[in-house]
Design a protein around this ligand. Structure first.
Ligand code: SAM
Ligand code: SF4
Length: 329
């Protein structure tokens, strides 16, 4: 079988597919308050998204994550999930969601073959949660987390972006919440994607090492070699099943082991989160409808474009003009 190997001998085994650029939230680090979203003709149809997923799995990809924007605001998302869930060879199928739609969808996603979920949660204080997300209601997300637990996902992980002065005082509370709910939690360093209006990234940057020290004031963290093919570095606590992860694009560069590519909802194959290199898959999908070989060839030919590493800085300089909702977090 052909596999996807780049010029630095890294095999691509993991694809993140963005199924929409839209969202019911407007998180301060992700979007500006007034966003213009893509017209429908520019975004891939569910059939096109499903074909992209199949092409990658046939090229040896083992893990697919659906993301966005907010995947659960895409109409008929459960149909796409069930198409992808049936692909032979796919070992790990997951989604990143803000959780607000899980009350409605958790059960059907699980039934359709999704195994794991990442749910974003940056604060346990309803007012603060609303300020950080601009439109979100904490209660709905907590209900969504419980619905996901009831639906029996193999693993649920919370993702928290920590910003100094905004939610860094909640690190221990978030860990406590994850322990009580019996789920994992990862802390993410803010990345300079898109120009945000609400805060200065240089002032709010909080490194994973700082977050780790806060947690170690209460819990000893034992490093593990466990991996989910993603960028998280995991730790265990002796008195709980909850794993604590850190995603540190700034302070612990993870490029050398990068096995991931992304596909935007416009069908742009992005070879690196922090660079603009991309290849247009939509053009092939629409020029040769249904032609799996043409699609696979375009994907294989894109591999040499994968750059060796990203070069994020913490001084607030915007290096990548895409917002995260366009990139597919
Ligand atoms: N809407 C879904 C959600 O929020 O989970 C999925 C898409 S969102 C873009 C994916 C993840 O990216 C979320 O966990 C979010 O917190 C994170 N994110 C968004 N903008 C970010 C940024 N500038 N730096 C770091 N993480 C970011
Ligand atoms: Fe929406 Fe997720 Fe971005 Fe928040 S982080 S605005 S929930 S896409």
């Amino acid at each position: 079988m052909t596999t996807l190997i780049d010029n630095f001998d890294r095999q691509v085994r993991y694809v993140r597919i963005s199924v929409t650029d839209r969202c019911d939230f407007r998180c301060v680090y992700c979007m500006s308050e007034d966003m213009t979203f893509l017209p429908r003709a520019q975004i891939l149809t569910l059939e096109e998204l499903s074909m992209v997923a199949r092409a990658f799995v046939e090229l040896g990809v083992e893990k697919i994550r659906l993301t966005g924007g907010e995947p659960l605001v895409r109409r008929d998302i459960d149909q796409l999930v069930s198409d992808i869930g049936e692909l032979p060879g796919l070992k790990d199928f997951t989604m990143t969601t803000n959780g607000a739609g899980l009350g409605k969808y958790a059960e059907s996603l699980r039934q359709a073959g999704m195994q794991r979920l990442n749910i974003s949660l940056d604060s346990l204080d309803p007012e603060r949660f609303h300020r950080l997300t601009r439109t979100g209601q904490l209660g709905k997300v907590i209900d969504g987390i419980r619905a996901a637990k009831d639906a029996g996902f193999e693993r649920i992980k919370l993702n928290a972006v920590i910003l100094k002065g905004r939610n860094d005082d909640e690190v221990l509370d978030l860990v406590e919440f994850a322990r009580q709910e019996g789920v994992d939690i990862s802390f993410i360093e803010e990345m300079p994607l898109g120009d945000v209006s609400d805060h200065s990234r240089a002032e709010t940057f909080c490194s994973s090492d700082e977050v780790q020290s806060m947690i170690e004031e209460r819990h000893s963290l034992v490093p593990t070699t466990e991996t989910t093919l993603g960028p998280s570095r995991y730790f265990r606590m002796t008195d709980s099943e909850t794993r604590v992860g850190f995603i540190s694009p700034h302070s612990h560069n993870f490029c050398s082991t990068c096995n991931r590519v992304r596909v935007t909802v416009e069908g742009r194959l992005l070879l690196c989160l922090g660079n603009e290199h991309s290849v247009d898959l939509r053009e092939v999908l629409r020029r040769y409808p249904g032609d799996m070989d043409a699609l696979k060839t375009r994907i294989i030919e894109a591999m040499p474009l994968k750059p060796e590493r990203h070069h994020f800085t913490t001084d607030g300089d915007v290096q990548v003009v895409r917002f995260m909702n366009m990139t597919g977090g």
